[in-house]
Structure formats: C-alpha cells, structure tokens
Design a protein around this ligand. Structure first.
Ligand SMILES: [Fe+2]
Ligand SMILES: [Fe+2]
Length: 406
C-alpha cells in the first residue's frame, strides 16, 4: 500500500485504510473502490492524501538511500538535532527517520533547526545581569493589547457568537480579513474550492476555529516590526504555522473536540521568543552563543542567563492581553506538558513542535529539539503509525504553504 495525494487519486483505485476528515469522522472505508463521487467527497472535506492498495510510497519512505555519503551527512545532522530526546522512543523514531529522509532528499538545502542567522551583527557585549534583574522585577513594559484582540477575546468567550459577529470584528482590520482568507484558502485547510467571504469561512470552518485563528494572527502581527537582522520572521512564521497545522492533525487522530484551541496554541507556542527578540535582541544573541558554547538548547540557555525562558514571558504577555486561560496555559507548558492544566493539548503542541523542527519546517531559532515529555505523550495513546500519517499529511500540505502573516 502507499500514500497518494487526492489530486493523483484515480477511479478504480482501492483504499487500503479508512479515510477520515480532520475531525476523525469516517468518510470512506478501507476496501472501497474509488469512483467519481468519492473523489468529490474527499475534495469537499479537504482530505489531502489517502492510502491505496499498490501505490508507491511517499518520498518519506523512499529517500535517496543510494548515496551513502548523503545518508551519513543527513544522519549526522539529525543526530545533532535529536540529541536531547530519546530517538529510540517509538513515535520519535518515526519522526527521526522522516527527518533523515527529508534531509537526504533535500541535501544541504535543509539545515537543522536554528539554521538561520539570529541576531548576527547584534551587539552582544551587554549587561546580562541587569537584563535578568529587569525581567525578574517585571520591569519589562509589555504593550497593551491591540483593540481587535480584546474584541476577538469577546467573540471567543461568547457561546452564542454568530458568523456575522466574527466577520464584524475581523473586517475592522482589512489586513486581518485578507490574511485570514489567504490562510483559509491555502493548504493550511486544503479546501478544494475558494472561500471568498469571512462569513462563509466561519460557516464552513466554524466560529471558534476562525476566531481563534484571527486571534493568533493578531498576536503574531503585534511583533511584525522586529528587524530582519534580529530574526528571520519568514522562517519563524513557517515554523509557527507548521506547528499549528500539525497540532490540528494530531488532535484529529484522537478525536479531540476543541481542535481550534490546539491549532492556535501551536501557532503561538513560541510567542515568548518574539517578546525576547523584540525587547532583548542582544540577550537572545548571547543566549544562542551560550547554547552553542555549552552544547545545550537555547531554551535552557534562556533560563540560565536571563532567569526566565520564552514560555514564562509568553505567560506574562498573554495574561496581560487577557487571552483565554486554557490557551495561555497550553502555550506556557509546551515544553513541560505534564505540568499543564490540559496535559493532552500541551502534549500535542510539544509533539507538533518536535515534528515541525524535525522536518525542518521553518525555525524559531532553536538549535536542537528540546527535551521531550514522553509521559505526557504516552497518555494520548496515539498509535505510532498515526504519527507517520500525520507526517505524510504535513509534508503534503506544507509543500504548498507559504504565507507571510507579519
Ligand atoms: Fe518553545
Ligand atoms: Fe517551536
């Protein structure tokens, strides 16, 4: 059996696995012979890939193993990337192998996470102790939330909010409305036909999903003025979008009801890094240097040098902006999901982050995948083959996803 894109699916092919939508509703059963109506169903429900009998496998199963030098280079890169996690863990092994395969395929074109220049040329001769004191004293003056964020918070909190309510708020910012439609019409959702109005997007995708997505975009856009010599925002956004997308896919594997919360938590999981890049760029450059010198992760170095890491700064920002508490907690705990109020959601975001880093979908500046909470992930009971399925879907959808939201 093998995985084929729905665009390449032909009548007469036979499904080798059940096909479910992103909410895990059964659309077509294993053994079904594909006909014209089935093709239509799959496209309507935004299914991107299916497994069929006899098809050749996706590239992640068929890397260029014929070039031993390339394979050795890829393994070396991925070993460095996975050095803080147990690559023999069943699910992580699948991500590891997919990561090697991707790098074999792309060669040197795909660097390990952290492969872009962060803060190069930034003055690093700074008083780290003073910054540490300022952060500890909470003397960092966080900006007030843009009005539209407060209004979106209101829509999200209102169980009776309609598509018109969401559209009314979103349309207050033409940029937001345009971006939202670009994402809705992108591979992020994979809908076959174009959605041209916010109200229609809300009807098809859901009030909560669209409001949360709008909220996520607005929070990210609050950091749009960070200079390119401090951080490659394109790579950062790609990493964030990948994490949101993959988190939603994992959530669907376990039939989680509130996929929109996981999705936006994935999108915003590293928002605390943007706080650091914006207000303490020199400190972040020093933290990266420290991580390299100590052969640790930037996440560890943030704490060691600044007394606080990006998850704690994210908590300060999101609480200040009155972002829903569960969402804030999931983001805050994405490196330690066992400590989260909702362990499931935080564990999903951590795995989504790991997959995004492993497959090289952008980067937020980390040099290696931080320590993974195997206990929290184990509670989700996601079968290892389903991780493989998520990776295939992610590879398919990320290939076509290229959106600048800041
Ligand atoms: Fe993080
Ligand atoms: Fe991340």
């Amino acid at each position: 059996m093998g995985c084929v894109a729905v665009d390449d699916l032909r009548q007469g092919m036979v499904l080798s696995e059940d096909v479910r939508d992103i909410h895990s509703r059964l659309l077509l059963s294993r053994g079904q012979t594909i006909n014209e109506k089935h093709l239509r169903i799959l496209k309507i429900w935004g299914v991107c890939t299916v497994n069929v009998v006899g098809a050749s496998k996706e590239a992640i199963d068929a890397p260029d193993w014929n070039d031993p030098g390339r394979l050795a280079d890829a393994r070396q890169t991925v070993d460095a990337l996975f050095k803080f996690v147990n690559a023999d863990h069943k699910a992580l092994r699948i991500v590891y192998e997919a990561s090697v395969a991707q790098r074999c395929k792309d060669g040197a074109a795909r660097p390990a996470a952290g492969g872009f220049a962060v803060g190069e040329g930034i003055e690093t001769d700074i008083d780290v102790a003073a910054i540490r004191r300022r952060i500890a004293d909470r003397r960092l003056k966080l900006p007030d939330a843009p009005t539209i964020i407060s209004e979106l918070n209101g829509v999200i909190a209102d169980p009776f909010a309609t598509s018109n309510d969401v559209a009314r708020v979103v349309h207050k910012s033409p940029t937001l409305a345009a971006l939202l439609l670009r994402i809705v019409n992108s591979a992020y959702y994979g809908f076959p036909s174009r959605i041209d109005r916010i109200t229609r997007a809300v009807t098809i995708i859901g009030t909560k999903e669209i409001s949360n997505l709008a909220l996520g975009i607005c929070v990210m856009r609050a950091f749009k003025d960070i200079p390119a010599d401090i951080i490659d925002m394109h790579a950062f956004i790609r990493h964030s979008l990948a994490c949101g997308l993959i988190a939603r896919m994992i959530a669907a594997q376990i039939n989680l009801a509130e996929t929109e919360q996981v999705s936006v938590a994935g999108l915003l999981h590293d928002i605390g890094k943007l706080v650091l890049y914006k207000y303490y760029p020199a400190a972040m450059a020093v933290a990266r240097g420290h991580a390299t010198a100590t052969d640790g992760s930037v996440y560890q170095s943030e704490k060691a040098l600044l007394g606080m890491n990006h998850t704690q700064l994210a908590q300060q920002l999101l609480q200040h902006w009155q972002i829903p508490a569960v969402l804030t907690n999931t983001i805050t705990c994405h490196h330690k999901p066992s400590t989260a109020r909702d362990v499931t959601k935080a564990a999903i975001v951590q795995m989504a982050d790991l997959i995004a880093n492993g497959l090289g979908f952008g980067t937020s500046g980390e040099r290696a995948i931080p320590v993974f909470d195997e206990t929290a992930w184990g509670k989700l009971n996601v079968p290892a083959p389903n991780v493989n399925l998520v990776i295939r879907q992610a590879l398919h959808q990320m290939r076509a996803l290229d959106i600048a939201i800041v």
